[in-house]
Ligand binder design. Structure first.
Ligand code: MN
Length: 248
């Protein structure tokens, strides 16, 4: 089935009804990466998405949960062979999570090493206030020919965009990012062939309500504005980027 849209970072299991969220992505023909925040959550997502044409499930260990859940890295390792996709993983050095940063780095390094040894993984990576540390670890432990990193909601500098591009990274951008001056600046610096879209639903709000699952139309339209092209052309670029990324 050929997708119409791409949502490369969504928390479908945090919508009120996971099954309904999966259906919503299928109905829209949105190729969706359903990220999970703990390895324990993988099984149910995987089961419910097993008959979906457009939803794929990642095994994750969210940096904001590492302090309580780092022990689940063993389960992460066990699940990893069942999926090509990994996320949400990464680092968060914001004030609420700074104290677990060392532990987060250990866990993220382990994740990257495990992915490097299985070779074809695609990772959705969180890098809040930790862009440099994320790129340092990716550079060291997940060489380009060993896996693919998609930086989700990237908030680093333009120089860091260039560094990430040189490391082979892609970027998934959402409508909130594309509505902020800094997000627009970052997005303009990303090469067109490295751009993907995401909702980050249900966390990103539109008129105070979560974005419907798999609805990236506004992100596509805002991205089109950045690239000075229409929505159809923007959609085509994102679809072909996803295809290229998954094939190489
Ligand atoms: Mn997320």
């Amino acid at each position: 089935m050929i997708p119409e849209y791409v949502d490369f970072h969504a928390h479908l299991d945090l919508y009120p009804d996971l099954q309904e969220a999966i259906r919503s992505c299928d109905k829209r023909k949105t190729a969706t990466l359903a990220v999970t925040t703990t390895p324990l959550a993988f099984k149910r997502n995987h089961e419910l998405a097993s008959s979906s044409k457009f939803v794929r499930v990642g095994v994750g260990l969210h940096p904001q949960l590492v302090e309580e859940r780092y022990g689940e890295i063993e389960l992460f390792e066990k699940i990893l062979p069942q999926t090509r996709y990994v996320g949400e993983v990464g680092l968060d050095a914001g004030p609420r999570f700074y104290r677990s940063l060392d532990l987060q780095k250990q866990v993220f390094e382990r994740v990257l090493r495990l992915c490097a040894s299985s070779k074809d993984k695609v990772l959705s990576v969180h890098s809040v206030r930790a862009t440099k540390a994320v790129l340092d670890l990716v550079e060291k432990h997940l060489p380009q020919d060993r896996g693919r990193v998609v930086l989700h909601w990237f908030t680093g500098s333009v120089a860091e965009v260039r560094r990430a591009v040189a490391l082979g990274c892609y970027f998934s951008v959402n409508e909130q990012m594309l509505s902020s001056p800094n997000g627009l600046k970052v997005t303009s610096a990303i090469p067109t062939n490295r751009l993907l879209t995401e909702t980050d639903g249900p966390f990103v709000l539109r008129e105070k309500a979560p974005i419907p699952a798999g609805d990236v139309r506004r992100a596509i339209s805002l991205l089109g504005n950045v690239l000075s092209i229409d929505d159809h052309a923007a959609g085509r670029i994102v679809r072909s980027n996803l295809k290229a990324m998954l094939q190489d």
